[in-house]
Design a protein around this ligand. Sequence first.
Ligand code: FES
Ligand code: FES
Length: 194
Amino acid sequence: MNPRLSRRRFIKAVIASSAAAATNAGVHAAMAQNRPQGTVERLISLNVNGKTRRVDVMPQETLAYTLRYKLGLTGTKIGCNRGECGACTVIIDGVTNYSCSTLTHSVGSRQLQTIEGVAGADGTLHPVQQAFIQELAPQCGFCTPGQVMSAVALLNENPHPSREEVRQALSGNLCRCGAYDNYLNGVMRAAENG
Ligand code: FES
Ligand code: FES
């Protein structure tokens, strides 16, 4: 092969790849400049169970997704994923929320409690968890974390509820096993024990 020809080909290839790289850089710079105003910062801090957790969150990401798949807090269950079953219930600033219907970016600096943060630091079960065991409330157990969170939020606000008040407080938590009375009995027992 003619060495001059081969050298010319090499230089052409280098110039072509440089041009491509320059074009890519230009595209990325243009995209950054064109990013719409008001887009969210993806790396945020969440206050989860008393700890600050830094996490990269997409703009439309739900809290249930962030908890389970970014923070490894899989105690929060996803059942319907559309605000109907209560399996994903968490407590935000003392109020129960369906985490499948809550955008993570909307949580901000509020205090977030999940099922993992209900027991004591030494592993002592919360009175609601203890009472649910004593009443054999969970059947398959899938709805149980959500039931616990609703019961904990209720007893924080109202330590001695009537049975009807408990029924109301747990009305957003469906149980496909039909163990409703067991859960009601459990909350009443926790209220007595507490
Ligand atoms: S998974 Fe959130 S309400 Fe059903
Ligand atoms: S215990 Fe099975 S869904 Fe409630």
